[in-house]
Design a binder for this molecule. Structure first.
Ligand SMILES: Cc1cc2nc3c(=O)[nH]c(=O)nc-3n(C[C@H](O)[C@H](O)[C@H](O)COP(=O)(O)OP(=O)(O)OC[C@H]3O[C@@H](n4cnc5c(N)ncnc54)[C@H](O)[C@@H]3O)c2cc1C
Length: 397
């Protein structure tokens, strides 16, 4: 199918995996999330209820959890993975544990990541996996590493343990042939992530991209970073894996920069972020011989930009180096219509115990209230599909 024939407006395709009751639940949730004051109030109420031990798990699970997560464990996520796979959509299992600071927690996360890799081995329904470095080491250690601060003896030891932990995961990924994305985080942590991602790409990407890094294009320094990385990869003969995103921590970044009295690393204008995102797509596609690209976006215009550029460069939709990805529970109209047109598409599929994924769920709810246009778009598509189904039920009864 040529890009000119691809349309994201096909709601029947977009929601074909949703039964009527799922569609109804999504409609209810997206209508609620349209009200920022309500989202704030409910977020606080959920956190409070969990703190004092009120039994709200079932309520959360039946609503927002099922909208945005696969399950509480890998096994529980199997149904969603299979459902996606039937529509030719891969799942990127995302173990959504946040805010842990103990070595035992980091070891547990490592074990879980290795388990994902074992499950994903030889399973095309789970083509990639992902990790957050803050799930494997203390934030303040990563900050110190990034800033080049001298470490004391205990910290040096901690750093070695962390490095070995990460290495173990990458070895498992390489042996199982399951590439792993390093997610991007706040800029004061990202320095360390960049150094490690480059080191691991150089080490494990001699034959193909097993380690992939993430570039947040809301940062004004990322195009230069990308160009320098490509130059280094060509000189030192390794493959690069790049997930392009716009970036999730804009408010936090701007507040942090203001607090320390430095220039914000984030573009002033959304248009500048959009421009850099699309420019980075061009650069990656022009270097597709050594780059595996994942366009991690819900933006229709950037998605169309990738498709147009692929066509211009005669890159086939199913080229093994080009992926699209959206978050589970969002922008199904992009995911399902791309998959139907033969492109490689994946959903980031978070899972984990309800209590641990609450911060992720609250972020999704808040994001859906704050992104101008996107929220309205999701809701509009759901309403359209409900109308379409009602009309077709009427026709068939
Ligand atoms: C599969 C996938 C993986 C992801 N992984 C990561 C990750 O590892 N790390 C991470 O940080 N994020 C990640 N994200 C989230 C991502 O960074 C965005 O927050 C989110 O996708 C919204 O951006 P968009 O491209 O979908 O579209 P849009 O809705 O078009 O863009 C919204 C984004 O534009 C940027 N923006 C908005 N206003 C301004 C402004 N005034 N000036 C400058 N920029 C502005 C912000 O980044 C905002 O999030 C991921 C998203 C997806 C879909």
């Amino acid at each position: 199918m040529s890009y000119s024939k691809l349309s994201f407006g096909n709601t029947e395709m977009a929601f074909k995996a949703k039964e009527d009751k799922d569609l109804q639940r999504s409609l209810f949730l997206f209508k609620m999330m349209k009200q920022p004051a309500l989202v704030k109030l409910l977020s606080k109420a959920i956190l409070f209820s969990m703190r004092i031990g009120l039994p709200v798990n079932r309520l959360i699970k039946g609503t927002i959890f099922n909208q945005f997560c696969g399950g509480e464990s890998i096994a529980e996520s199997t149904e969603v993975i299979s459902k996606l796979s039937r529509s030719h959509i891969g799942a990127i299992l995302d173990y959504s544990i946040e805010g842990k600071e103990e070595e035992a927690d980091f070891e547990q996360t490592k074990a879980e990541l290795i388990k994902i890799i074992a499950v994903a081995k030889d399973n095309p329904a789970i083509p990639y996996t992902s990790l957050k470095l803050t799930g494997l080491a203390r934030v303040s250690l990563l900050e110190k590493l990034g800033a080049g601060t001298d470490l004391n003896l205990a910290e040096k030891e901690e750093c070695n343990t962390f490095y070995n932990r990460l290495n173990e995961i990458c070895v498992a990924a390489q042996l199982a042939n399951v590439p792993v994305y390093f997610d991007a985080e706040e800029s004061w942590i990202q320095e360390a992530i960049d150094v490690l991602a480059e080191r691991f790409m150089e080490k494990y990407n001699k034959k193909k991209a097993i380690v992939l890094t993430t570039l947040q294009m809301y940062r004004w320094d990322r195009l230069d970073y990308l160009t320098a990385l490509i130059k280094r990869a060509r000189e030192d003969s390794f493959f690069i894996g790049i997930k392009l995103v716009r970036g999730a921590y804009m408010e936090k970044e701007n507040a942090h920069a203001a607090q320390i009295g430095s220039i914000s690393p984030i573009h002033l204008l959304k248009e500048e972020t959009d421009r850099d995102f699309d420019k980075a797509i061009d650069i990656c596609l022009e270097n597709i011989d050594i780059i595996t690209l994942c366009a991690g976006t819900h933006n229709e215009s950037s998605t169309m930009h990738v498709i147009r550029k692929m066509q211009e460069l005669s890159i086939a939709p199913e080229h093994p180096h080009v992926f699209f990805s959206q978050l589970y529970g969002m922008s199904d109209h992009i995911t399902y219509n791309l998959a139907n047109a033969g492109y490689n598409v994946t959903k980031y599929l978070p899972y984990g115990p309800i209590k641990s994924v609450i911060p992720y769920l609250i972020r999704r709810a808040e994001e859906n209230t704050s992104i101008a246009g996107q929220m309205g778009r999701e809701l509009r598509m759901l309403v359209e599909e409900k109308k379409r189904r009602s009309a077709s039920h009427l026709l068939t009864t």
